[in-house]
Design a binder for this molecule. Structure first.
Ligand SMILES: [Zn+2]
Length: 149
């Protein structure tokens, strides 16, 4: 039997300030404050993430609603077009040309019906063409386009 020397490893962590005379408690206090600050920051980050997730959920629901509306409008447009085509001499080229002409009325062919500033016919003050009534006097406004938003 061979003699195994006993190996003892002793590790001690001592902050250098400890020897300098009672400053360890200052350091631990600072560490505790830092820890509390970090915990506050983590809690804030978690609340921000929660809010972002619920916002994302709301946007996803809005997008689903908008998709349903777009589908419904597409069906209505297709039905109207097919009825019109079947009861007239109009062709797909005619409707494409008309879409381009309406799109370009605001000076830009961008696939959008532009909103314009118009003057209220009742009070004469400027108002937005997307509104159904004047923001100043409440008079009903006539839209330039039947399907304008
Ligand atoms: Zn008005």
């Amino acid at each position: 039997m061979t003699h195994q020397p006993a190996i003892s490893i002793s590790v001690s962590f001592q902050h250098p300030f400890n020897r300098a005379g009672g400053r360890t408690s200052d350091v631990s206090q600072k560490l505790m404050i830092w820890e509390a600050y970090q915990q506050t920051k983590i809690a804030e980050a978690e609340r921000t993430a929660d809010r972002a997730m619920s916002k994302a959920d709301r946007y996803a629901a809005d997008i689903a609603d908008i998709r349903r509306q777009v589908d419904r409008l597409s069906l209505a447009c297709q039905a109207m077009w097919e009825l019109l085509r079947d009861h007239s001499d109009l062709t797909e080229e005619d409707i494409e040309a008309k879409i381009l002409e309406i799109d370009g009325r605001d000076g830009r062919v961008d696939g959008k019906i532009a909103t314009k500033q118009t003057n209220c016919t009742a009070c004469g003050r400027p108002t937005n063409s997307t509104r159904s009534s004047c923001v100043m006097c409440g008079a009903p406004l006539t839209k330039e386009h039947l399907f304008e938003g």
